[in-house]
Write a protein that binds this ligand. Structure first.
Ligand code: NAP
Length: 289
């Protein structure tokens, strides 16, 4: 496993396993357990995915079977917008996530969106960090202007910014901004999230064929070589194993550029942070009473 070092000195695996849209508890536990068995040490969940408990059970199962120790694992979760009213609701949101997971602590906790009172929410997360409930705190979906203002303002700097990153949405300015503030970029939808049809792209297929790899592995390798942490999701064991097998080949500069030329300059996912309807959908979505 390769690691990146966060700005608070903690090491984070460069590849992890995402569990978005796996609401079925049994399926989530099994997929997460299989991922840990396959060698993943980073698991990415969120309060809004409603499966922190299933992830916690898979972690316990893997530890009980001697596959790894708790210290080997790096568990990420995220605070949903509903809990970003003020410092106290945010702090209680972290407490709830830790409790739900059944773990003593969570390794990395993120503000899921730059919505509602995210500065107050950050102060609640700073408190949880200083109490050791979480070992690192970061942000997600912070576009360059928002991240800049945030880093220039907050007391404790975020360690990570998890944003949509793949060859169809390369976000060079986002990466440059994160570098300036020593914030590690983490890619959600690193395989395109089921969109863009990369698996039938001739250029990607040719590169994959050259290295006897799959298009999925090329997509993940491309982000890793840019210094980006990737968290592919799958509920299929063969794909779970395939997606972590990306450390035995290296793309050359020309291939890196060719792949980046797929950039559309905008994202094709439903997560449109500049659209009022999307923001309204997030701020009104309740994940608990
Ligand atoms: N912070 C945020 O706002 C945010 C937003 C979205 C996602 N995320 C995180 O990022 C993780 C990854 O993003 P994502 O789940 O949206 O997208 P993704 O990992 O890019 O793509 C997942 C899709 O690709 C398929 N797939 C997986 N491996 C494959 C392979 N080797 N070949 C072909 N298809 C493959 C999966 O299907 P099967 O499952 O059927 O294999 C699924 O449909 C999430 O699980 C979540 O943890 C965060």
């Amino acid at each position: 496993m390769e690691y990146v070092t966060l700005n608070n000195g903690i090491k984070m695996p460069i590849i992890g396993f995402g569990v978005f849209q796996v609401p079925d508890k049994g399926q989530c536990q099994e997929a997460t357990y299989q991922a840990i068995k396959a060698g993943y040490r980073l698991i990415d969940t969120a309060a809004s995915y409603t499966n922190e408990d299933a992830v916690g059970k898979a972690v316990k199962q893997a530890i009980d079977e001697g596959i790894c120790t708790r210290e080997d694992l790096f568990i990420t979760s995220k605070l949903w917008v509903q809990d970003m009213e003020n410092e106290e609701t945010a702090y209680q949101g972290v407490v709830a996530s830790v409790k739900k997971s059944g773990l003593e602590y969570i390794d990395l906790y993120l503000l899921h969106q730059a919505m509602k009172d995210y500065f107050a929410a950050w102060r609640g997360m700073e408190k949880a960090y200083e109490e050791g409930l979480v070992k690192a705190i970061g942000v997600s979906n912070f576009y360059p202007n928002i991240l800049t203002n945030f880093c220039e303002t907050v007391r404790i700097q975020p360690v990570v910014n998890q944003v949509e990153l793949h060859p169809y949405f390369t976000q060079e300015l986002a990466l440059k901004t994160m570098k300036e503030y020593d914030v590690v970029p983490e890619a959600w939808a690193p395989l395109g999230g089921g969109r863009y049809n990369p698996f039938e792209n001739d250029m990607l297929l040719a590169i994959a064929q050259k290295y006897h790899k799959t298009v999925g592995q090329v997509l993940l390798r491309w982000n890793i070589q840019r210094g980006v942490v990737v968290i592919p999701k799958s509920t299929h064991i063969e794909r779970i194993q395939e997606n972590i097998d990306v450390f035995d080949f290296e793309l050359n500069d020309e291939e890196m550029k060719k792949i980046a030329s797929l950039d559309m300059g905008y994202n094709g996912s439903r997560a449109k942070h500049f659209e009022p309807d999307f923001v309204r959908m997030c701020v009104t979505r309740k994940i608990h009473d």
